[in-house]
Design a protein around this ligand. Structure first.
Ligand code: ADP
Length: 176
């Protein structure tokens, strides 16, 4: 069991409400807003967010870019682009892991102590939830073992069923 296990927690609810240093957005490559968690974040942050996003020239799958949080309680938004699930043979696992790593690198670079992630790619991008959760937990845990920042990561799940899956995967990971 790694000591960093205690730095990871699971929360059920709307990520736009969290007063953390940074929330992560499951964006699309245009960074100009969309549905799901992306739409919710743009609505809650206000129109200034899209103005800043327009200056970023998009984002590649597996990469991440940081903006201010505007009207959100979170100081920053880290926009990352998850892979669309295409059956698993198109590098999806490595791209999804890269989303988590790049987001944490940007958070650490801004000295964020607390970061919240949604379940990237598991909505309209159709990544199977079990596999996506295993990648999320393993990648975040590995990063936190090597780095002191961020101090805490919250997996913010929109529904209780997803939160239960995360709790099981986190518990199994700690026992590994
Ligand atoms: P993707 O395109 O990466 O699949 P989605 O936004 O469609 O992104 O879904 C990603 C996950 O975010 C899904 O599990 C969805 O239930 C969840 N989600 C949607 N809205 C919110 C929200 N306001 N807060 C947290 N999670 C959310």
């Amino acid at each position: 069991m790694s000591e960093v296990g205690s730095r990871i927690s699971v929360h059920t609810g709307d990520i736009t409400k969290l007063a953390v240093d940074a929330i992560v957005n499951a964006a699309n490559s245009s960074l100009l807003g969309g549905g799901g968690v992306d739409g919710a974040i743009h609505r809650a942050a206000g129109p200034e967010l899209e103005v800043e996003c327009r200056m970023l020239n998009g984002c590649k799958t597996g990469d991440a870019k940081l903006t201010k949080g505007y009207r959100l309680p979170a100081r920053y938004i880290i926009h990352t682009v998850g892979p669309v699930w295409q059956g698993g043979g198109k590098g999806e696992a490595e791209l999804l892991a890269s989303c988590y790593r790049r987001s944490l690198e940007l958070a650490a670079g801004r000295e964020c102590r607390t970061v919240a992630f949604p379940a990237i790619s598991t909505g309209v991008y159709r990544y199977p939830k079990d596999e996506a959760t295993a990648i999320a937990v393993a990648t975040v845990d590995a990063f936190m073992e090597k780095n002191t920042a961020p101090e805490a990561v919250i997996f913010c799940c929109f529904d209780e069923q997803t939160a239960e899956l995360y709790r099981q995967v986190v518990a199994a990971h700690r026992g590994a």
